[in-house]
Design a protein around this ligand. Structure first.
Ligand code: 5GP
Ligand code: MN
Length: 333
């Protein structure tokens, strides 16, 4: 654990009365699980709490009541409250401050800024931070935090949100970040009422038909490169339009592509609506994709990383491939 440790974070939270929560844009299961678990837990502590999640919240996590619990306060209301009261801002699962998206300045205007994260690349923004790169998920760290504050407040809904984040970031306890402790935590969360079958069904088997068509289009557009070591694919604006899919429906494409035997990494280029390109990288067999993401100002983990490149798709691809050449070149075929 880098930074102050959970005891200090726990005491800052105990002392707070108003808490604003923040997480990263394109919020995934760990990010949303963290926001829901924190909201419910802080409510159980009788805090006034509001979560600010950038962008649109993906529908797969509606079973956690994301629509009722998150983004309940407008930017205007938040600005009034942060001016009138002492507000503690807490960021969870965001590797750097820019990932807070449109809520970055609100986070910065808090009376104090706390950061909890499990990304190695997090250099520690905020006034006080606790970063544990060995935790599979931010939800695992939060589970420890809640136990430190008061384990009796962890109810079934909180356990379910934490379990959802744990499942999402470990790929159902399959990825290399799955430690013995992750399974112990999973077991404890089941004891506290999380239902593994229901949560897996909600996370993995509640996709729209359109999103599956987008996966199919992206698999069809994929190419094997560097002697089959790398699979590259795309989600263009026209692929999104053709399949009537949404930006959030790109979740799951990398999971499909990584299934190909012999591949060491997946590189997925997604055209964002603002003209930039979001790159998702996944490594296998220990192939370090974080070093590629960090070259372009992104970050993440050894085997799951990402970055945003502000150029059109062809140029973004050329730049990432030039970087891959350094490790796998010279031949791209
Ligand atoms: P994804 O490809 O699912 O968007 O992200 C994979 C991992 O990389 C996640 O852990 C995510 O937090 C991290 N990541 C993705 N994009 C960025 C980025 O632009 N900056 C940083 N620092 N991390 C990112
Ligand atoms: Mn995470």
């Amino acid at each position: 654990m880098r930074g102050v440790g959970l005891k200090v974070i726990a005491s800052r939270i105990r002392d707070a009365s108003d808490v604003f929560l923040f997480t990263h844009e394109f919020a995934d299961g760990d990010a949303l699980g963290s926001m829901v678990a924190l909201t419910l837990y802080l409510q159980a502590m009788d805090k006034s709490v509001h979560a600010f999640v950038p962008g649109k919240i993906q529908s797969a996590f509606q079973f956690l009541a994301t629509d009722k619990l998150l983004n309940t306060m407008s930017a205007a209301q938040a600005a009034v409250q942060i001016g009138a009261a002492r507000v503690t801002c807490l960021s969870a699962d965001a590797a750097d401050i820019d990932r807070l998206g449109e809520w970055k300045s609100l986070f910065l205007s808090g009376a104090e800024r706390l950061v909890i994260d499990h990304h190695d690349t997090n250099t520690g923004f905020g006034d006080v931070f606790a970063i544990d790169g060995s935790a599979s998920s931010c939800c695992e760290i939060l589970f420890d935090l809640f136990k430190t504050i008061n384990p009796r407040l962890i109810n079934t809904r909180i356990a379910s949100a934490l379990y959802a984040g744990l499942v999402a970031d470990t790929g159902s306890f399959q990825y290399a970040n799955t430690k013995a402790l992750s399974l112990v935590h999973g077991a404890q969360l089941i004891d506290l009422g999380a239902l593994p079958d229901e949560i897996s069904r909600s996370v993995y088997e509640s996709k729209s038909y359109e999103s599956l068509k987008l996966v199919a289009a992206s698999v069809a557009a994929s190419r094997l490169m560097y002697g089959g070591q790398i699979v590259v694919s795309y989600v263009t604006r026209s692929m999104l339009a053709d399949s009537s899919a949404l930006d959030e429906d790109t979740e799951g494409i990398t999971d499909e592509l990584r299934r190909i035997a012999g591949t060491k990494a997946v590189v997925l280029f997604k055209e964002a609506s603002d003209g930039s390109v979001k790159v998702s990288l996944r490594g296998k067999y220990g192939f370090n994709v974080k070093r590629i993401a960090t070259t372009f100002g992104g970050g993440g983990h050894l085997l799951a990383a990402g970055c945003t490149i502000k150029s059109e798709l062809g140029e973004a691809e050329a730049r990432v491939l030039a970087e891959l050449d350094r490790y796998l070149g010279p031949s791209r075929t």
